[in-house]
Design a protein around this ligand. Structure first.
Ligand code: C2O
Ligand code: CU
Length: 487
């Protein structure tokens, strides 16, 4: 009798322990990815309250058929050769990089709106393979450059041709979407500028911020580059952040306008000064000003890296910049194709969390989407023509620059406060810790599209999901046996 109670308790505790171990073992087992898998087979399909395609619905179209124009002479033709190279920063420091044409950033591609663009990617010696994704350009799905979803990785000795019509205007960039967390960091990216048919700037430059081996650079320059520009000239700077974490720029010595965010012009921007510009990992901000008689400095905050105009002999003033530029109330409202009052066809939630669990069999603290760990994250299923609303919430203490391929998001509100200035369209939205955004997009570009954090390390660690149109399938697969590894 004396041992009866403890024995029962012991037995129960043993059973509970066994169940717990069994449960954890099952979680581990269930998290493992096969050697080869199809993005179509993973994730929990979420229809956002919209219609669910009937079971026998097999009027499928393959991603591979959703191509840009195959016929017709290209208006702008480029060849980009991916290869390993040693690049030299302005300070003389060298970096073992992955490059396009021996440089990083790769060549700036400049085209005009309406051009049929043709880019041939050649992989010289990048052993893991390469693709090119046109970040922010809403190309047809097969031109989107995602290994294992829209094409196979281009292995050494192989080539691949992209063709698309440049319909948008603005500042974009291109980068590899094969093992992107490593390849972009090591240098496989460049800027892509789509100019309007008429452009009126005296100087129009793209400046890409990138960290090479821990060293901050602007266009691979790790110091200040200086230029002489005649006072009165109109300058447009296209600032791009190819890192995974936000970067701040300061502008000193002039008032300036913020012309565009993520490649989309803002309506009636007003001049500002002494405001820092924060750019999401993967985001772009275009600014413009008229060159004054005195020097102007554009710098990467907290570094000695930047661009100095007419600054010979002058020293940069200590930054007195404290206000952060806020796109949510800048410029003036104007009509948009839809707004917060438009009835949506589907409504999704995308809540980012962090929980202990297994990612492909590895234990740890994992990123979660709506409480689930990759590959059990949701797949947002949409139908062509739908107006889709998404609430993106960040319940972690990290920043997540969320990037949807193939579409632009109209930002409706942040933390419940409606956007009050110019319409704000984003393709890479910096969602800070604790923030919540309401966004909307029109599902007008059929395909299977990635929707992921552009801190590419986070994406590789599972902060990745897809927006899938009903009836679209992909013949491509991810995994070791295919060489395809998009993140
Ligand atoms: Cu700039 Cu999915 O990427
Ligand atoms: Cu992230």
């Amino acid at each position: 009798m004396r041992t009866y109670v403890p024995r029962a308790v012991g037995a129960l505790a043993g059973l509970a322990l066994l169940l717990a171990v069994g449960w954890v073992a099952w979680l581990w087992y269930d998290s493992r990815l096969p050697d080869t898998y199809d993005v179509m087979d993973y994730g929990a399909h979420d229809y956002g309250g919209g219609s669910v395609p009937s079971a026998g619905h097999h009027s499928g179209i393959s991603v591979a058929e959703l191509r840009g124009p195959r016929m017709g002479a290209a208006d702008a033709k480029f060849v980009l050769t991916a290869r390993t190279a040693t690049i030299r920063l302005a300070s003389g420091r060298t970096v073992e990089a992955l490059t396009f044409d021996g440089m990083s950033p790769g060549p700036e591609l400049r085209v005009r709106q309406g051009d049929l663009v043709e880019v041939t990617l050649v992989n010289d010696d990048v052993s893991q393979g390469v693709t090119i994704h046109w970040h922010g350009v809403d190309v047809p799905n097969a031109e989107d450059g995602v290994a294992g979803v829209t094409q196979n990785a281009v292995l050494p000795g192989q080539r691949y041709r992209y063709r698309f019509r440049a319909e948008q205007v603005g500042t974009f960039w291109y980068h590899s979407h094969q093992v992107s967390s490593k390849e972009v960091r090591r240098g496989l990216f460049g800027s892509l500028v789509i100019e309007p048919k008429q452009s009126s700037f005296d100087l129009d430059l793209s400046l890409a911020a990138h960290t090479f081996d821990g060293v901050a650079t602007l266009n691979a320059n790790d110091g200040f580059q200086s230029r002489r520009v005649s006072p009165g000239s109109d300058v447009r700077l296209r600032l791009l952040n190819s890192d995974g974490t936000p970067r701040r720029f300061t502008v000193q010595g002039t008032r300036f306008f913020v012309l565009a965010l993520d490649g989309t012009d803002l309506n009636k921007p007003s001049p500002i000064e002494n405001e820092t510009l924060e750019i999401a990992g993967g985001g772009r901000v275009d600014i413009a000003f008229t060159v004054p008689r005195s020097p102007v400095w554009i710098s990467l905050a907290d570094t000695e890296v930047g661009l100095a105009l007419n600054a010979r002999g002058a020293s940069r003033p200590v930054a007195d910049v404290t206000i952060e530029f806020d796109p949510a109330g800048y410029g003036e409202p104007t009509a948009t194709p839809f707004d917060a009052s438009s009835p949506s066809d589907r409504r999704f939630e995308l809540t980012i969390g962090r929980w202990p669990g297994f990612l492909d069999g590895r234990p740890g603290l994992q990123w979660t989407i709506n409480g689930r760990i990759f590959p059990h994250v949701p797949v947002f299923v949409v139908e062509e023509g739908d107006l889709v609303r998404v609430t993106i919430a960040n319940d972690t203490d990290a920043v997540h620059p969320m990037h949807l391929h193939g579409h632009h998001l109209l930002v409706l509100s942040r933390d419940g406060v409606p956007v009050s200035g110019s319409p704000w369209w984003a393709d890479t939205l910096n969602v800070e810790a604790g923030e919540q955004y309401d966004v909307a997009f029109r599902a007008d570009n059929p395909g299977i599209w990635m929707d992921h954090c552009h801190n590419l390390r986070h994406a590789a660690d599972g902060l990745t999901m897809h927006v899938m149109y009903t009836g679209v399938t992909t013949p491509f697969k991810i995994g070791d046996t295919t060489h395809n590894e998009p993140e």
